[in-house]
Design a binder for this molecule. Structure first.
Ligand SMILES: Nc1nc2c(c(=O)[nH]1)N[C@H]1C(S)=C(S)[C@@H](COP(=O)(O)O)O[C@H]1N2
Ligand SMILES: [Mo]
Length: 401
């Protein structure tokens, strides 16, 4: 039923209604269906009231739940699996989980127990699906333009604290990397069903070797052993890089000369135009761009003093400033950063105190990083809807009475 509605929604768009009208018509129905779905068993412990269930493999956190304490609790954090998640039994004996290290002078298989003896660091990062905000691209499609993928708004994101061993410490202990390598390639531990081509399904991602000082192999999230849903027993974290590069249940870490030819690297997660087919020579989805959005208020307000709050991330860079507009981007005021700065890979909370008289307001925010990159009004459209960081898309319309 919900599948039919989805097809119906695309049908509407193809059928010549304006994209916005189609989205609002279609969406009410799709949302109603989504709310009715129960949580899938492997994430049955999530807060059911916090999640928008797009499918069993794609669960988004509701926008009004970002809160104002920076860290996203695990029971609300979005979930995205490209293939079916492995069973919880892979984490029965966590310390015996094995990881194969390749592309080092002394290649070796190490257990999680071994890794825990080699070093420990913590890092706060924004974990965000590469397609977060795809809905804002979809809303603007015209004519016969089509885009597939989950229509995430802002909730395929969270800021979490990881603890684990720096990959550099492991590579050093194994004699350093062999000559000529250019990438760090992590492989997920999902079992590929027999009869299917592993290259088509395996979650194997390559990122540039320049990340060697940042990457950690994490066994803990927000102070607890990492759940299987979020990649336990062990996950490769590439701080600043979008979701897909953070390989869950990592079972092989290889320093490689070339990027993997797995489909998820070679064809998927590439920036390509609406008309091009994905190919390995297009830019990969790696570093996250500077981005922000309003988290409160999201609806009707009483006239008077209002604290307008939001979240901003700099991707690879520190943030320098966030501006907020209550008139849809005509005029801007600089917001204040609030609370601890958990480092350049985390997001920051910002607030603008405003005196709002009765009327209609459109709240938007625009972040700038320390290198001078600023959020554009709209992100350039790309065929798969990756990397949306426009300030216009997540605008909030409120009525002040
Ligand atoms: N092994 C493995 N790692 C994976 C995935 C996956 O399907 N399998 N999905 C990726 C994608 S597309 C995203 S957005 C994030 C989602 O992380 P989360 O489910 O912990 O929120 O994990 C990434 N790492
Ligand atoms: Mo993703």
């Amino acid at each position: 039923m919900s599948k039919d509605l989805r097809i119906g929604r695309r049908g509407f768009i193809g059928g010549g209604l304006t994209a916005a009208a189609a989205a609002s018509v279609g969406n009410t129905g799709v949302l109603a269906q989504e709310q009715a779905k129960p949580l899938p068993a492997y994430v049955g412990w999530k807060d059911p009231n916090a999640m928008i269930i797009h499918s069993d493999q794609t669960l988004e956190m509701k926008r009004d739940l970002f809160g104002s304490s920076l860290i996203t609790p695990e029971d609300r954090l979005f979930v995205r699996n490209n293939v079916k998640a492995p069973p919880d039994s892979i984490a029965t004996d966590r310390d015996s989980w094995r990881v194969e290290f390749k592309g080092v002078k002394n290649p070796k298989s190490l257990t999680l127990g071994d890794l825990k003896r080699m070093g420990v660091v913590t890092v706060a990062t924004v974990l965000q699906c590469s397609g977060n905000g795809r809905k804002y691209f979809m809303d603007k499609l015209s004519g016969d333009q089509k885009m597939s993928g989950t229509p995430w708004t802002v909730g395929a994101s969270g800021c979490v604290i990881w603890s684990g061993v720096p990959l550099k410490a492991v590579v050093d202990a194994l004699g350093g990397h062999v000559a000529g390598v250019k990438f760090i390639t992590g492989t997920g531990g999902e079992e590929i069903p027999a009869g299917l081509n592993p290259k088509d399904l395996i979650v194997e991602r390559s990122v540039p070797l320049s990340n060697l000082d940042n990457v950690i192999l994490a066994w803990e999230m927000n102070g607890k052993p990492l759940s299987v849903a979020h990649g336990g027993p062990l996950r490769m974290i590439v701080p600043g890089y979008s979701g897909v590069n953070n390989v869950k249940y990592v079972k092989t870490v290889a320093l490689t000369v070339a990027q993997t030819d797995a489909r998820i690297q070679s064809a998927n997660y590439r920036y390509h135009s609406m008309t091009e087919k994905p190919s390995p020579d297009q830019p990969p989805v790696w570093e996250q761009p500077v981005k922000s959005w309003i988290t409160s208020p999201l609806n009707v307000k009483k006239a008077g003093q209002v604290q307008i709050t939001g979240l901003a991330l700099g991707g690879m860079n520190e943030l320098s400033k966030v501006d907020v507009s209550v008139d849809g981007g005509k005029t801007w005021k600089t917001a204040k950063f609030v609370g601890p700065n958990l480092g350049r890979f985390a997001w920051r909370l910002f607030v603008l105190s405003a005196d709002l008289q009765p009327g209609e307001y459109t709240l938007v925010s625009r972040a700038r990083d320390a290198k001078g990159n600023v959020q554009p009004e709209e992100s350039p459209l790309n065929g798969s809807g990756y990397g949306y960081n426009g300030w216009r898309g997540p605008a909030v319309k409120i009525t002040v009475a």
